[in-house]
Design a protein around this ligand. Structure first.
Ligand code: F3S
Length: 410
């Protein structure tokens, strides 16, 4: 890989051990993937921000990289953590979790990381522009930033994202290059799509087929919402490993079908109709009969709009099941200002920030609830929760899940 003289100095150790180590990681990656050069990045979203995925060794590594006052060269936000940083004890997180998570978060913060602990940083101001090269982790955020915003990132793991934040660059390969951003599979959507769970079902069905390929969708209405797009991307990245998708007439690299494929011929074409939608719901919701003890929404973390919609559904009512609405702290703050947080709390719903049932130390609060079954409108959560927590899970629309919370059955 061709390095600039500045990059060579970084690799030679002229800027200290952490910068040198970062460049070693990045040049090794570049060599593996055949990158010809480095490209600067000003934006990093850090996976490995939860102690559930970053154990003792990873936490020590982050601390070591921060030795000698190392500072991030790129604006860096932290992904979802293991607990709600503001109410860990109230929610039942253990003292060990609290202390370990603070240790990891603090190590990132000392280098300049912003401890927003959310998987939807783009909803709270970390919003790269079209064509910008970035280094993001967290599969749902990667799909969103690549596809909806048109910025360019590979699927960065913890060490690579940390190295990119310190060095302010990444090797130029994969989704940074035009030729890897062209569509490969065509999906014709005939089913009617309304709730975010419909988009989750679509993403789930397509992800199992295209795996890590680039799907191109036709038939999705032009007024599809940001919330629906984040649900679609998260599901594509759960059943598959999709990091980039195009929607003709919607996403920025797909003004036309031809531009979405960029000269590629679709490797396969599928139609997603009502029967496929029904099948996807069935795959995600295998349970029948168990009472619902927990409803979880906000995977990826909720927008203010999603919170408002649920608040309007439960205004003046009381839920029977525990109900967590996951979101970023700034979104909760706005919900409090707008009065919707109060409506949710009066109904018995808890706004949980900084964490989620997949990256959180959730065995602790779940023990407190006494789990029987969970209901969710998130395909990602429905995909991971049964395996991770051995929880029977129902998958349904927002309205179905709210009703399940109100009645205690799905
Ligand atoms: Fe976010 Fe956790 Fe879901 S990180 S996308 S809420 S699994």
């Amino acid at each position: 890989m061709k390095l600039t003289s500045e990059e060579q100095k970084m690799l030679d150790g002229d800027y200290g051990k952490s910068v040198q180590k970062s460049m070693q990681i990045l040049t090794s990656l570049g060599d593996i993937y055949g990158a010809e050069k480095m490209i600067p990045v000003k934006s990093v979203h850090m996976p490995g921000s939860s102690i559930v995925v970053a154990g003792e060794a990873a936490t020590s590594f982050v601390e070591q990289m921060g030795d000698n006052d190392t500072q991030f060269a790129a604006f860096t936000t932290l992904n979802t953590g293991a607990m709600d940083m503001d109410q860990p004890r109230e929610l039942g997180f253990s003292e060990e979790t609290i202390s370990r998570q603070h240790r990891l978060t603090g190590a990132y913060e000392r280098m300049g990381g912003i401890a927003c602990h959310t998987c939807t940083p783009y909803l709270i101001g970390h919003c790269p522009k079209f064509g910008e090269h970035v280094a993001w982790g967290e599969s749902s955020a990667i799909a969103f930033v690549n596809s909806v915003l048109g910025a360019r990132t590979n699927r960065e793991g913890g060490p690579a994202a940390l190295a990119a934040a310190i060095a302010g660059r990444v090797p130029a390969y994969g989704y940074h290059l035009d030729e890897n951003r062209r569509g490969q599979f065509l999906i014709q959507v005939d089913a009617s799509l309304s709730d975010i769970a419909d988009y989750g079902a679509l993403g789930y069905w397509v992800g199992t087929r295209v795996e890590s390929g680039v799907p191109v969708f036709t038939g999705i209405p032009g007024d599809v919402s940001t919330d629906q797009l984040k649900s679609l991307g998260a599901a594509l990245a759960s059943s598959g490993a999709v990091a980039l998708f195009h929607i003709v007439g919607v996403t920025p690299e797909a003004p036309t079908l031809e531009s979405a494929f960029g000269g590629n011929t679709p490797q396969e074409t599928w139609t997603f109709g009502e029967s496929e939608k029904h099948a996807a719901y069935g795959q995600l919701s295998k349970q029948q009969g168990q009472p619902v003890s927990l409803v979880a929404m906000g995977c990826p973390h909720s927008s203010l709009n999603e919170i408002i919609k649920v608040a309007e559904m439960v205004r003046g009512k009381k839920v029977r099941a525990a109900f967590w609405m996951l979101c970023a702290q700034p979104i909760k703050h706005l919900a409090r200002r707008s009065g919707h947080a109060r409506i949710l709390e009066d109904a018995g719903i808890t706004l949980v920030c900084d964490t989620c049932p997949v990256l959180g130390a959730m065995a602790e609060p779940m023990d407190k609830i006494g789990m029987t079954a969970m209901a969710t409108n998130s395909a990602k959560l429905a995909h991971y929760a049964p395996g991770q927590w051995k929880i029977p899970t129902y998958y349904g629309t927002t309205e179905q899940c709210v009703n399940a919370a109100l009645k205690g059955v799905f």
